[in-house]
Design a protein around this ligand. Structure first.
Ligand SMILES: NC(=O)c1ccc[n+]([C@@H]2O[C@H](COP(=O)([O-])OP(=O)(O)OC[C@H]3O[C@@H](n4cnc5c(N)ncnc54)[C@H](O)[C@@H]3O)[C@@H](O)[C@H]2O)c1
Length: 304
């Protein structure tokens, strides 16, 4: 049984992570701008406040850093950089000062640069996209996650072991209506239009992951054997996308032949497999997603 500080614990993902940890009999503390219903120790305030974070981490065994401005629509560039960068630095610094050896950083697949249509999004160079693919982030949110990984890696070099989870769009139960609305009219969807907390996301390929799977990945990242100084990154996704077209067909339609297909077998086995290479997560983290939300789309025009 461990004591875990979860930043962003009152948020959509944070609450799933907290519940998963409690169900596995860990002691959980939450840090957020406001508290949620979970009956845990709360530290309420700004994640970039060194005093607040130092108090929250004292005596913890592991830190899961999830608090962030979670997309480009939730804050301007200045706000995103202050919360996501200064907040991450503050959490890493306090974690190190408290002698805590493991930190899990909630990153994003946006580091690869293929998530936001409105930005200067660049096509991926090849599929499946793995850890060797260059990071082509261009919008402030994605840049903040690249830089957050850079900070995380630096603190790992100083002796901690840090895991960055590059998750795709999280399909929370509240997002089901948005996912269906987009699938009904993908070209004209400008969410959120049916009461979801944000737009159906996942980039041009409509990637997604179920929050129950993602919460499990955080726990696995805590349990994974690592040596001091190690920094690990994982792309995480459901095993299928929410796109009407198979992945290679869609990439060809959107980008002509510019995306090199390095392992066609992946898409022969599962035509809707994500852009991201999930083998590292399967082999090193022991994570394979159990859920997907394609059932939401069954029977809609264009979906089989
Ligand atoms: N939602 C997605 O599809 C998605 C995809 C990839 C990565 N992520 C990452 O997942 C994490 C959680 O996002 P979410 O979907 O739960 O969004 P969310 O907005 O529900 O959660 C973020 C939490 O961080 C807290 N927070 C924001 N600024 C803060 C500050 N200054 N001080 C303290 N707390 C602060 C918020 O109050 C909120 O509870 C984020 O790091 C986000 O970047 C989300």
């Amino acid at each position: 049984m461990r004591t875990i500080l979860v930043t962003g614990a009152a948020g959509l993902l944070g609450r799933h992570v907290v519940r998963d940890l409690l169900a596995h009999r860990h002691t959980v503390r939450g840090l957020d701008r406001h508290r949620a219903d979970e009956d845990i120790e709360w530290h309420v305030g700004d994640v970039a406040s060194p005093e607040l974070v130092a108090k929250a981490v004292a005596g913890a065994d592991v830190v899961m850093h999830i608090a962030a401005i979670p997309n480009i629509w939730s804050g301007d560039g200045q706000t995103i950089m202050r919360v996501n960068l200064l907040g991450t630095y503050t959490v890493l610094e306090a974690t190190e000062a408290a002698g805590i050896k493991r930190l899990i950083f909630c990153s994003s697949d946006s580091v690869a640069g293929y998530t936001v249509r409105e930005g200067k999004m660049l096509a991926p160079r090849y599929a499946p996209l793995d850890l060797d693919h260059p990071l082509l982030a261009t919008d402030p949110y994605a840049i903040s996650k690249v830089a957050g990984e850079g900070l995380s890696r630096a603190f790992a070099l100083r002796g901690m072991s840090v895991v960055a989870l590059r998750t795709v769009f999280v399909a929370y139960p509240d997002m089901a209506g948005e996912i269906v609305a987009r699938a009904k009219d993908p070209d004209n969807y400008r969410g959120p239009m049916v009461g979801g907390p944000s737009s159906a996301g996942g980039g041009p390929l409509h990637h997604h992951i179920d929050p129950r799977d993602l919460a499990r990945a955080f726990r696995l990242a805590m349990e994974m054997k690592m040596v001091p100084g190690e920094f690990e990154r994982f792309y995480l996704s459901a095993q299928v996308t929410l796109s009407p077209e198979p992945t290679l067909e869609r990439l060809r339609r959107l980008h002509g032949g510019s995306v090199e297909v390095r392992n066609p077998d992946v898409y022969a086995r599962q035509p809707f497999a994500p852009l991201y290479d999930l083998t590292h997560a399967a082999e090193r983290l022991g994570f394979v997603a159990e859920y997907d939300q394609r059932h939401l789309l069954a029977g809609l025009p264009g979906f089989s």
